[in-house]
Design a protein around this ligand. Structure first.
Ligand code: EBR
Length: 393
């Protein structure tokens, strides 16, 4: 038996060795990073936990409540309600489910009408999945010169009499996947308040960055506000498995308060709880425990240090780009750097042949580099050399 086990593990190792490693510094397009080392022990400790049946795991369930409280704290919410789930995709789908349910209630006899939701062009593709499942109608206003939703256009659109009663939700992004930009949630909140519209903020990436962004990295005249202190922000996606350094799976969905639970609950007669609200039934408590531990261990100060290092390296990359004659699309808002490129697909494939993994923007011809905690200045030096070699070839 023992020999068999050893053989199996050896076999597995061979597969695992073919994977890229974050510490090699070649993964430049990922929003995940090497999990914090404390995670290993916690994964083992919580291996069999299942929050799909919380009555059997009351300790883990209590931890989830505490984590949501801590996350609520960084999002300016004293009474948060939510879950640590599989990731940003599940979180966004969950929020769309709530908007759809509320809109059905409002539409009364027209309840089969689609929910109309304003969503930026640059929104993550998880919203496409929600649309397929729930038959939603998305309206995408143009982007302004800062690559965020054009608020003026949106205001006019909503105030247009024909549309006035038809908008059920607005999705704003705080840390856009492509460029790291933040929608002007402050202005959106004013419009939403006036017209009684639900705002969901997708801060899957930015949620563990913006609250810890030091003043010196904040751009002038840029609006960084995105949380529950703004009226009509009713839900926020915030993923510990991105900049929170937790291992996958650890996504987060947080609502303004407990009253939103009723839109999610389904009866679950054979569980220890009468209702289940999460999309996924059987779910591990590992994300809850690791997030709880990391928030305690690192605290605001620890996260601030991590974010500052990433921002510092982002500006270092910008400096190197300048030296080598590469242009940025925008000054980085968060730790995402964009490099203008006439043929980003070709360049990214060339880079891949040289062992570098970068990704591309959709809304502009550019490469995008996510300067995650596993990236250091030496990696950046080597990358810039490789990029300039691509351009010489
Ligand atoms: C990027 C996920 C990613 C992770 C990509 C690792 C490449 C990697 N983004 O190697 C936003 C703003 C996102 C996002 C994912 C999701 C979905 C939602 N919103 O379900 O955890 O940037 O993948 O998050 P997920």
């Amino acid at each position: 038996m023992e020999i068999k086990e050893k053989e199996i593990l050896r076999e597995l190792k061979k597969y695992r060795e073919r994977d890229l490693k974050y510490e090699d510094g070649k993964i430049l397009g990922s929003m995940c990073s090497k999990p914090h080392p404390i995670s290993k022990k916690i994964v083992e400790m919580f291996l069999e936990s299942n929050l799909g049946d919380p009555g059997l795991f009351p300790g883990t369930k209590e931890l989830e409540g505490e984590v949501i409280k801590s996350i609520g704290n960084i999002l300016n919410n004293k009474n948060p309600f939510g879950y640590i789930i599989s990731g940003g995709t599940e979180a966004n789908i969950t929020a769309m489910r709530v908007i759809k349910k509320i809109s059905r209630g409002k539409k009364g006899k027209d309840k089969d009408k689609k929910a109309n939701i304003i969503l930026p062009e640059t929104a993550h593709f998880s919203f496409e999945k929600a649309k397929d499942m729930m038959d939603l109608n998305y309206i995408s206003p143009p982007l302004d010169k800062n690559y965020i939703m054009d608020v003026k256009y949106l205001k006019d659109y909503i105030e247009d009499k024909r549309e006035k009663h038809g908008i059920d939700g607005i999705v704003a992004i705080a840390g856009c996947t492509e460029l790291g930009t933040i929608d002007n949630v402050l202005e959106l909140s004013k419009i939403a308040k006036e017209h009684n519209i639900y705002i969901h903020v997708d801060a899957a990436f930015g949620g563990f960055v913006i609250p810890f962004l030091e003043e010196r990295y904040r751009l002038e005249n840029y609006n960084y506000e995105f949380d529950f202190s703004l009226e009509n922000v009713f839900s926020i996606t915030i993923d510990p498995h991105k900049m929170g350094l937790a291992p996958i799976p650890a996504g987060g969905i947080v609502f303004k308060d407990y009253s939103f639970k009723k839109y999610l609950d389904v009866e679950a007669p054979y569980l220890t709880d009468t209702y289940q609200a999460t999309l996924i039934g059987t779910r591990t408590g590992i994300g809850v425990a690791t997030t709880w531990a990391l928030m305690k261990l690192l605290g605001s100060e620890g996260y601030r240090e991590i974010v500052s290092k990433c921002m510092d390296n982002s500006y270092y990359l910008i400096k190197k780009m300048k030296e080598y004659g590469f242009e940025k699309v925008i000054t980085p808002v968060l730790n995402i750097v964009t490099i203008k490129d006439e043929d980003p697909l070709r360049t990214s494939l060339m880079l891949r042949d040289m062992g570098w993994y970068v990704s591309m923007c959709r809304c502009v011809d550019a490469l995008r580099i996510i300067v995650m905690p596993h990236i250091n200045k030496e990696h950046i030096d080597n990358f810039i050399e490789a990029l300039s070699q691509c351009k010489r070839d």
